[in-house]
Design a protein around this ligand. Structure first.
Ligand SMILES: [Zn+2]
Length: 126
């Protein structure tokens, strides 16, 4: 849902910019080829500038958000790598590296608010 609205904003900005550019080109053709007199449409230039600025802001915002999300995922992957090795069935405490049982692991993962999606041994759960 959020993703869709984000895309639609970008799409709207791109199409608005495209429309303004087309309008600009149309006016330019009109004034150079047809009328041979300069046509001053200040709002058109302002509109293009505003659309470009909004698009740049939008793009940088999306990029920043994407970057932030990616680094978050990286951290999570590192965290998971430390707690859940390839060997399925053995799990280690994120603090001391001690082996913990499947039961302890699911206990920790069921409480992400308390353990931040990490697995801790009995000793380090407090
Ligand atoms: Zn521990």
């Amino acid at each position: 849902m959020a993703r869709r609205s984000k895309r639609s904003i970008s799409t709207f900005l791109v199409s608005a910019l495209g429309m303004l550019c087309m309008l600009k080109a149309f006016v330019w053709v009109l004034e150079t080829k047809v009328l041979n007199t300069p046509i001053e449409i200040p709002f058109l230039n302002y509109g293009i500038m505003i659309a470009v600025a909004l698009l740049l802001i939008r793009v940088s915002f999306v990029l920043l958000k994407h970057k932030a999300r990616k680094s978050k995922v990286d951290v999570q992957e590192i965290g998971n790598g430390a707690t859940t090795p390839n060997d399925i069935g053995t799990f280690h405490c994120a603090d001391c590296g001690k082996k913990v049982s499947e039961k302890v692991r699911s206990y920790c993962l069921e409480r992400p608010n308390k353990f931040n999606n990490q697995v801790f041994c009995y000793e380090h759960q407090r």
